[in-house]
Ligand binder design. Structure first.
Ligand code: ZN
Ligand code: ZN
Length: 142
């Protein structure tokens, strides 16, 4: 390895740690956005960093160790939903400060419940998408 590439790896890792404040979740988002998440004024740096990542096996391995597997599992599950808000309302809502959506079959009719009430919601209140007539993720699908 040349000295120049060592410098680039250090730069890449320092850049990512800087823009994500050491948060593995923010890091995962940066990766998924293919370097498209950046601080204003640092767009070019972000592109250079992402290109370095793509071409460097050392940094790919480093990245792999930075982001826990559960981040990727959560991202995969979220991709089945109409939007991240519905994912949270269905899978991660807590009873105190978020809305809960649940799917149930009521007398064989598909029904989306809000806060446990059988309201037969048809559309997502966040993105406006039609709600499916089954859970977003079927059992054992993900
Ligand atoms: Zn590297
Ligand atoms: Zn939605």
């Amino acid at each position: 390895m040349t000295e120049a590439s060592i410098l680039q790896c250090n730069d890449f890792q320092a850049y990512v740690a800087d823009i994500t404040h050491g948060s593995s979740r923010a890091f995962g988002v940066w990766l998924q956005a293919k370097g498209g998440v950046y601080r204003p004024g640092r767009e070019e740096e972000s592109v250079v960093a992402y290109n370095h990542y793509l071409s460097c096996d050392i940094c790919k391995a480093w990245v792999h160790n930075q982001i826990p597997e559960d981040f990727w599992v959560r991202q995969r599950r979220m991709s089945y939903y109409c939007c991240p808000s519905m994912f949270v309302a269905t899978e991660e809502s807590d009873p105190i400060d978020s809305v809960q959506f649940t799917f149930a079959l009521i007398r064989d009719e598909p029904c989306w419940l809000i806060e446990g009430k059988q309201v037969y919601a048809r559309f997502c209140p966040w993105c406006g998408g039609s709600l499916p007539s089954a859970p977003f993720i079927k059992q054992n699908e993900v």
